[in-house]
Design a protein around this ligand. Sequence first.
Ligand code: FMN
Length: 325
Amino acid sequence: MSLLRPLQIAGLTLRHNLLLAPLAGITNHVFRLICRQQGASLAFTEMVSVNGMVREGEKTLSLLASSPEDRPLGAQLFGNDPGLLAQAASMVKDNADLIDINMGCPVRKVVGTGAGSALLQDPSRIAEIIRTVRKATKLPLTIKIRSGWQCGDDTWQEVGRIAEAEGCDAITLHPRSRAQMFDGQANWQHIAQLKQLVKIPVIGSGDLFTPQDCQRMLAETGCDGLMVARGALGNPWIFHQTCELLEGRPVTPVSCADRMAMAEQHLALFTDYAGASVAVREMKKHLGWYIHGVPGAAALRRTVNMAQDTDELQAIIRQIRETGV
Ligand SMILES: Cc1cc2nc3c(=O)[nH]c(=O)nc-3n(C[C@H](O)[C@H](O)[C@H](O)COP(=O)(O)O)c2cc1C
C-alpha cells in the first residue's frame, strides 16, 4: 500500500493523508489557503475557546472566519466543560467539515482552565466530553492529544481506548508529554503502538520538518495520516514536496526567488483579508520564516522588523528577490 493515500475519517474523504496541524496564532484563514495551494489535504482553525464562542466574543468567533475555498476545514475547539463543548460543536456545524477537540495544549493559560493537556489527568472527563459532543454533532469528531501529563505517562493508551469506545472518528497523537513542552524528540513509537491498539485512524504529529521526515513517520509507525506543524512555517512547499517524494518523483527544489514570490503573495492575501496593519504585523513573523537559510538572514530579519507598512515590506521582499540574499 502506498504511503500517500486517501484518508477516510467517518464520512469525510481526504484526497491524501498529509494534513496541516492546528497552530495557535498561525493557522488563520490566509495561512490555511497558502498551505492548501501547496497540497495540504485538510487544515484546522487555530484552537478556539468554547467559553468565548458561547459568549459570542467577537475575537473568538473571528478565529472561525473561512471561505468556500478553505475546505475541508477542521474546527479545533478547547474547553473542559462537556456541555459547552457540545454547544460549540453545534454552532460550527455549517462552517466546518470536522470537529477536533484539543487535549494536548501545554500552555499555562489553557491548562489553568482545565482544558488542553490538563484533560489528560482526568480520562473520565475525556470520556464524558467525547460522549456529550458525539451526541451533539454529526460531523466527524476527532481528538488531538499528547502522550500524557508527565514524562513516562502512558495516558495515550487509555485515552485511545476511550476515544474509540465513545465514538471518535480518528485520533491524533503528538507523542510528547505536557512536561516536555517542545523539548527533546517526539517518541514516534507511541504512534506505532497506538495504531496497533485502536481501529480508528491514527494521525501522527511531531518533528516533521522535511519530506523525508514525513515519509519516515508514515513508514515507521504505520499511521494513517500525519500533521505538519512547525515544518510548514515559511515552508508550505513541504506538502507538495512530500507528495512528490512519496510518488517517487524528483522533489522540486525551492529557490530564494520562490520564497520571496510566496512571501509577496502571502502579504497580498493577508492585506486583502485582514487589512494592512494586521498584515504588516503578522507578515513580519512569516517573512522571518521565509528567509530562513537565506545568507544574512539575521540582519534581514532586523530590517523586516523595522518595516512600518506594506510598501516597505514589499520593497524588502523585492530586494531579497533581486539580490538573492
Ligand atoms: C506555535 C504553536 C502553536 C500551536 N498551536 C496548537 C493548537 O492551537 N492546537 C493544537 O492542537 N496544537 C497546537 N500546536 C501543536 C502542533 O499542532 C503540533 O502537534 C506540534 O507542534 C508537534 O509537531 P511539530 O514537532 O512537527 O511541530 C502548536 C504548536 C506550536 C509550535
